[in-house]
Design a protein around this ligand. Structure first.
Ligand SMILES: [Zn+2]
Length: 170
Protein backbone atom coordinates (compact mmCIF):
# COMPACT_ATOMS: atom_id res chain seq x y z
CA UNK A 1 0.00 0.00 0.00
CA UNK A 2 1.39 3.40 -0.86
CA UNK A 3 1.69 6.25 1.58
CA UNK A 4 -0.85 8.16 -0.47
CA UNK A 5 -3.47 5.44 -0.21
CA UNK A 6 -2.74 5.08 3.50
CA UNK A 7 -3.34 8.78 3.99
CA UNK A 8 -6.59 8.52 2.10
CA UNK A 9 -7.63 5.54 4.18
CA UNK A 10 -6.86 7.31 7.44
CA UNK A 11 -8.55 10.44 6.20
CA UNK A 12 -11.77 8.55 5.62
CA UNK A 13 -11.62 6.58 8.85
CA UNK A 14 -13.91 7.76 11.62
CA UNK A 15 -11.92 10.00 13.92
CA UNK A 16 -13.07 12.00 16.90
CA UNK A 17 -14.11 15.47 15.87
CA UNK A 18 -11.77 17.44 18.07
CA UNK A 19 -11.83 21.10 17.24
CA UNK A 20 -8.13 21.66 17.62
CA UNK A 21 -4.82 19.92 18.08
CA UNK A 22 -4.65 18.28 21.47
CA UNK A 23 -1.46 17.25 23.13
CA UNK A 24 -0.28 13.70 22.48
CA UNK A 25 2.74 12.91 24.58
CA UNK A 26 2.40 9.17 24.86
CA UNK A 27 1.99 8.20 21.24
CA UNK A 28 4.46 5.59 20.10
CA UNK A 29 6.66 6.78 17.31
CA UNK A 30 6.84 4.94 14.02
CA UNK A 31 9.78 6.35 12.13
CA UNK A 32 10.30 3.49 9.71
CA UNK A 33 9.91 5.71 6.65
CA UNK A 34 12.12 8.50 7.94
CA UNK A 35 15.09 9.39 5.75
CA UNK A 36 17.09 11.61 8.11
CA UNK A 37 19.86 10.04 10.15
CA UNK A 38 19.94 12.83 12.72
CA UNK A 39 19.09 11.92 16.31
CA UNK A 40 16.75 13.87 18.55
CA UNK A 41 19.84 15.23 20.32
CA UNK A 42 21.14 16.53 16.98
CA UNK A 43 17.83 18.27 16.24
CA UNK A 44 17.72 19.74 19.72
CA UNK A 45 20.97 21.59 18.96
CA UNK A 46 19.63 22.92 15.63
CA UNK A 47 16.15 24.07 16.66
CA UNK A 48 14.63 26.71 18.96
CA UNK A 49 13.30 24.97 22.11
CA UNK A 50 9.62 25.58 21.25
CA UNK A 51 10.07 24.01 17.81
CA UNK A 52 12.04 21.07 19.19
CA UNK A 53 9.34 20.32 21.79
CA UNK A 54 6.61 20.14 19.14
CA UNK A 55 8.62 18.36 16.45
CA UNK A 56 10.37 15.73 18.52
CA UNK A 57 8.44 15.54 21.80
CA UNK A 58 4.98 15.93 20.23
CA UNK A 59 4.02 18.95 22.29
CA UNK A 60 1.26 21.21 20.96
CA UNK A 61 1.65 24.96 20.71
CA UNK A 62 -0.97 27.16 22.34
CA UNK A 63 -3.82 28.00 19.93
CA UNK A 64 -3.64 31.39 18.28
CA UNK A 65 0.05 31.94 18.99
CA UNK A 66 1.51 31.29 15.54
CA UNK A 67 2.13 34.21 13.18
CA UNK A 68 1.52 31.70 10.38
CA UNK A 69 -2.21 31.75 11.22
CA UNK A 70 -2.37 35.10 9.44
CA UNK A 71 0.06 34.23 6.63
CA UNK A 72 -1.89 34.82 3.43
CA UNK A 73 0.93 35.25 0.89
CA UNK A 74 1.68 32.79 -1.89
CA UNK A 75 4.47 30.43 -1.03
CA UNK A 76 5.45 27.11 0.48
CA UNK A 77 5.37 25.85 4.08
CA UNK A 78 8.43 23.71 4.79
CA UNK A 79 9.27 21.57 7.83
CA UNK A 80 11.02 23.79 10.39
CA UNK A 81 13.54 21.02 11.11
CA UNK A 82 14.69 19.58 7.77
CA UNK A 83 13.07 22.10 5.34
CA UNK A 84 11.11 19.42 3.49
CA UNK A 85 8.30 21.23 1.55
CA UNK A 86 5.04 20.07 3.16
CA UNK A 87 2.19 22.38 2.11
CA UNK A 88 1.53 24.91 -0.65
CA UNK A 89 -0.21 28.16 0.29
CA UNK A 90 -3.15 27.48 -2.04
CA UNK A 91 -4.09 24.49 0.15
CA UNK A 92 -4.27 26.63 3.34
CA UNK A 93 -7.62 27.68 4.76
CA UNK A 94 -8.95 29.54 7.80
CA UNK A 95 -10.26 26.83 10.13
CA UNK A 96 -10.94 29.13 13.09
CA UNK A 97 -9.04 26.76 15.40
CA UNK A 98 -6.03 29.01 16.01
CA UNK A 99 -3.65 26.66 14.22
CA UNK A 100 -2.49 26.89 10.60
CA UNK A 101 -4.75 24.51 8.66
CA UNK A 102 -4.48 22.89 5.26
CA UNK A 103 -6.72 20.59 3.22
CA UNK A 104 -3.96 18.79 1.35
CA UNK A 105 -0.22 18.21 1.79
CA UNK A 106 2.33 17.88 -0.98
CA UNK A 107 2.59 14.34 -2.38
CA UNK A 108 4.63 11.97 -0.22
CA UNK A 109 5.59 14.80 2.16
CA UNK A 110 4.01 13.30 5.27
CA UNK A 111 3.80 10.04 7.15
CA UNK A 112 0.96 9.17 9.52
CA UNK A 113 0.36 7.04 12.55
CA UNK A 114 -2.65 6.22 14.66
CA UNK A 115 -2.53 8.07 17.96
CA UNK A 116 -4.60 6.53 20.76
CA UNK A 117 -3.78 9.08 23.42
CA UNK A 118 -6.01 11.78 24.87
CA UNK A 119 -8.97 9.37 25.23
CA UNK A 120 -9.56 9.15 21.50
CA UNK A 121 -8.19 7.76 18.27
CA UNK A 122 -6.67 10.37 16.04
CA UNK A 123 -4.32 10.34 13.08
CA UNK A 124 -0.99 11.98 13.82
CA UNK A 125 1.12 13.14 10.89
CA UNK A 126 4.80 13.93 10.62
CA UNK A 127 7.40 15.04 8.11
CA UNK A 128 8.38 12.03 5.99
CA UNK A 129 12.01 13.18 5.81
CA UNK A 130 12.92 13.83 9.45
CA UNK A 131 9.97 12.30 11.31
CA UNK A 132 9.22 15.60 13.05
CA UNK A 133 5.66 15.77 14.43
CA UNK A 134 3.55 18.38 12.62
CA UNK A 135 -0.04 17.87 13.80
CA UNK A 136 -3.19 15.77 13.44
CA UNK A 137 -5.48 15.24 10.46
CA UNK A 138 -9.27 15.28 10.85
CA UNK A 139 -12.11 14.52 8.46
CA UNK A 140 -14.01 17.80 8.91
CA UNK A 141 -12.08 19.87 6.37
CA UNK A 142 -13.31 21.66 3.25
CA UNK A 143 -13.77 20.27 -0.28
CA UNK A 144 -12.28 18.75 -2.32
CA UNK A 145 -10.56 16.44 0.21
CA UNK A 146 -12.75 16.98 3.27
CA UNK A 147 -9.57 16.81 5.33
CA UNK A 148 -8.18 19.27 7.87
CA UNK A 149 -4.47 19.10 8.55
CA UNK A 150 -4.19 20.92 11.87
CA UNK A 151 -0.56 22.01 12.05
CA UNK A 152 1.64 23.51 14.72
CA UNK A 153 3.04 26.80 13.41
CA UNK A 154 6.41 26.37 15.14
CA UNK A 155 6.90 23.12 13.20
CA UNK A 156 6.72 25.04 9.91
CA UNK A 157 8.66 27.75 8.16
CA UNK A 158 7.05 29.88 5.43
CA UNK A 159 8.99 30.58 2.23
CA UNK A 160 7.27 33.32 0.17
CA UNK A 161 6.93 32.87 -3.58
CA UNK A 162 10.04 34.09 -5.40
CA UNK A 163 12.37 33.07 -2.57
CA UNK A 164 14.44 29.92 -3.15
CA UNK A 165 13.44 26.92 -1.04
CA UNK A 166 16.18 26.05 1.45
CA UNK A 167 18.07 22.83 0.78
CA UNK A 168 16.99 19.80 2.80
CA UNK A 169 19.06 19.37 5.94
CA UNK A 170 19.63 16.34 8.12
ZN1 LIG B 1 11.23 17.45 8.46
Amino acid sequence: MTRRSLLKLFGLAPVAAFVGCAEAKDASTNNTAVVSKLSHADWEKLLPPESYRVLFEEATERAGTSPLNKEKREGVFVCAACYNPLFDSDKKFESGTGWPSFWKPRDAALGTKIDNTFFSTRTEYHCAHCGGHQGHVFDDGPAPTGLRYCNNGVALRFIPKGEALPALRG
